[in-house]
Design a protein around this ligand. Structure first.
Ligand code: C5P
Length: 405
């Protein structure tokens, strides 16, 4: 990793003192860091401490003529590789979610074209408040990586989620974000190769409710689909990621729509059209319970288990292939445990997809970090060696860009 440049925006909360430690860790890790303090932050830590630790000028005001002539706020927001908001207070996240720009910190956050990592810290009630949860969901939808706060005793004397994660953990998350291949498209493919294209990606499993507390699911982690969404965004595509329930952060710059069931996924896909390309990576449940009980199903004392009767789910991929709004390039996935290529060839024809990416899931592919895939198209079969899921994603995105060039 080349020396990362971090723009650190410090919000006004008691956890702001930990930002000083984070500055130290970033520098120790070989990075440079420029700090911006909100007005509230200056009540907790001083620009002087941060200037000394970062060995860089610290910025506090939008209306600073000297700073504005030497380095304008737009330039400041763009010269970093990553913008980190730490601590991200409830107020700062509310402003970010609303797109407000009434001070230097929020103006930089609105003006930046770089990935943003927000590290929340606040009182437990403030974190759990519906408004904050709504703002966090909105920010994640907008492509901001929002970490979950730690659980534990808080400075205010209460207990629960809301503590700032420890600085070494935050630094590890920063390294992870910077390591991703977003700025390194495959050889021969230009960064903006998919600029102006809308790509729809589905990812993750679906959950099919049996009753309010039970559901049918599968082992899909969503990792491959998320990596593909990220690689496509890195090539300049506008990406809509329709995601089943997974515990992954939204890739930077990707618009994410969360769904639970196959029928919700079908509706979200329909709502996201038109698209130039669709990459259907989701492991959609083939069946759902034909009726979902309104109340938790109880044992009736007879010893006889209830009967679970299933109904077939809509095939989203086949439906899209047959639709008048069919994307120009329609790509399906096929998870198989035997005769992988044979089944994929038959599936491509049956579902009328342009390509099927077939993978053998008999090992630990589901949830794992690598994948062996075969690309089945009308023209034949191309088999790739076992690769990291991120590399499969980068190559597939490059192949898609190639198809459009
Ligand atoms: O038939 P199978 O589930 O193996 O097909 C896999 C492909 O079809 C994947 O691309 C998956 O996202 C898609 N699919 C779908 N809707 C379903 C079942 C699968 O879009 N109900």
């Amino acid at each position: 990793m080349i020396a990362p440049r971090i723009l650190l925006i410090i919000g006004g909360g008691i956890a702001a003192y930990k930002a000083c430690e984070l500055v130290r860790l970033i520098r120790k890790g070989g990075g440079s860091v420029r700090c911006v303090l909100t007005e509230g932050a200056q009540h907790f830590v001083t620009p002087m401490s941060l200037a000394a630790l970062s060995e860089q000028e610290v910025h506090t005001s939008l209306w600073d003529l000297k700073n504005e002539t030497e380095m304008g706020h737009i330039q400041l927001s763009r010269e970093a590789d990553l913008v980190v908001v730490c601590p991200a207070t409830a107020d700062l996240m509310a402003k970010m979610a609303a797109g407000m720009a009434d001070d230097l910190a929020t103006t930089l956050l609105l003006a930046t074209d770089k990935p943003v990592l927000a590290v929340p810290a606040m009182n437990v009630r403030m974190w759990l408040h519906a408004a904050t949860q709504r703002n966090v969901a909105r920010l994640r939808d907008d492509g901001v990586t929002v970490l979950d706060p730690d659980d534990g005793a808080m400075a205010c004397g209460e207990f629960g989620p809301g503590r700032l994660p420890e600085p070494p953990f935050i630094w590890a998350e920063i390294e992870k974000l910077l390591d991703k291949p977003r700025s390194a498209p495959a050889a021969g493919i230009k960064g903006g190769a998919l600029a102006g294209r809308h790509v729809l990606v589905t990812a993750g499993p679906t959950h099919e409710a049996i009753d309010p507390v039970r559901y049918i699911a599968n082992r899909s982690s969503g990792k491959q689909g998320y990596a593909i969404a990220e690689a496509l965004a890195a090539l300049g595509a506008r990406v809509t990621l329709v995601s089943g329930p997974v515990s992954l952060a939204t890739p930077a710059g990707v618009h994410r729509v969360d769904v639970e069931s196959a029928r919700e996924m079908a509706a979200a896909v329909e709502a996201a059209l038109p698209a130039d390309v669709a990459v259907m990576v989701a492991a959609v449940a083939d069946w759902r319970a034909d009726t979902s009980a309104g109340q938790k199903i109880k044992k009736d004392g007879s010893g006889a288990p209830p009967t679970l009767s299933l109904a077939e789910n809509p095939d989203i991929l086949a439906g899209l292939a047959a639709s008048p709004r069919r994307p120009r390039l329609l790509i399906g996935f096929a998870a198989e445990t035997e005769k992988v290529v044979d089944h994929a060839i038959a599936k491509r024809a049956r579902k009328d997809a342009d390509w099927i990416v077939a993978n053998d899931v008999s090992g630990d592919v589901m949830g794992g970090d690598s994948n062996s895939v075969h690309i089945v198209s009308r023209d034949g079969v191309e088999s790739w060696e076992n690769l990291a899921k991120a590399e499969v994603a980068t190559r597939l995105a490059a192949r898609i860009a190639d198809a459009f060039s």
